[in-house]
Design a protein around this ligand. Structure first.
Ligand SMILES: [Zn+2]
Ligand SMILES: [Zn+2]
Length: 229
């Protein structure tokens, strides 16, 4: 069975579709920014585009209420994985401007576009927004996150990481999922594409179970694409 992995398109924007989308071809029905992987590609591949140099720091933006400990957990993970400190900025209000009444979800791209404005004047630090609301892009049931390399912004949601099966998830497990998926969105922001190594944070998770299998780091190929030892 061919893999359904998706990867960054040339416009530098990447949205990660969820498990509800498995079994169909995203590029057939949408202009959303991920495209199906060409057949026959090596599973473990390099970045499609030149990666950005590692920044001096990341900015972490909590947007609306989040599970306790989410931002500190992500901050530590980004420092460990990318070697740059991630500094929290003041919490932002819940993004009601992006709420779609019909879908009862929040438009991911609308939230993503506003992240740039949170960067202090004169700074080029990448911004990672973190939300606990259900995100969507048109024509997709939901997305886990979205990244814009050119705008140096990324967005990740912990909403679906809490599980779709109705079973409560432990705080430790949720923190692991938040760390690996925040690192995944940050990897896209820096120019990394999806990785076939299911232990690598750049593996595309279709479900929280996929996030659980990931280790908290980049595989060797992704590290070398980033210029990391
Ligand atoms: Zn992705
Ligand atoms: Zn990798």
């Amino acid at each position: 069975m061919p893999r359904k992995d998706l990867e960054a398109s040339s416009n530098g924007r990447t949205a990660d579709f969820g498990s509800a989308y498995e079994g169909s071809n995203p590029s057939a029905s949408t202009s959303a920014p991920e495209q199906a992987r060409p057949a026959g590609r090596a599973a473990n591949h390099r970045a499609e585009v030149k990666t950005l140099p590692l920044p001096g720091r990341f900015l972490l933006a909590p947007i609306g209420p989040l599970p306790r400990g989410t931002i500190p957990a992500i901050s530590v993970a980004l420092q460990e994985i990318f070697g740059s400190p991630a500094e929290p900025i003041p919490p932002q209000v819940k993004p009601e401007f992006a709420f779609n009444k019909d879908r009862r979800q929040y438009h991911s791209t609308a939230v993503l576009r506003r992240l740039e404005a949170l960067r202090p004047r004169g700074s080029d630090a990448p911004v990672l927004g973190v939300v606990d609301v259900d995100l969507f892009v048109p024509d997709q049931p939901f997305v886990f996150g979205e990244s814009d390399r050119d705008a140096r912004s990324a967005l990740v949601s912990v909403f679906r990481l809490k599980g779709c099966d109705g079973l409560p998830v432990s705080p430790e497990r949720l923190a692991h999922r938040a760390r690996v998926e925040a690192a995944h969105a940050t990897g896209h922001l820096l120019g990394l594409s999806h990785c076939g190594d299911l232990r690598c944070v750049m593996f595309l998770a279709h479900s929280p179970a996929d996030s659980d299998r990931k280790g908290e780091g980049l595989c060797g190929a992704c590290r070398s694409a980033m210029g990391r030892p």
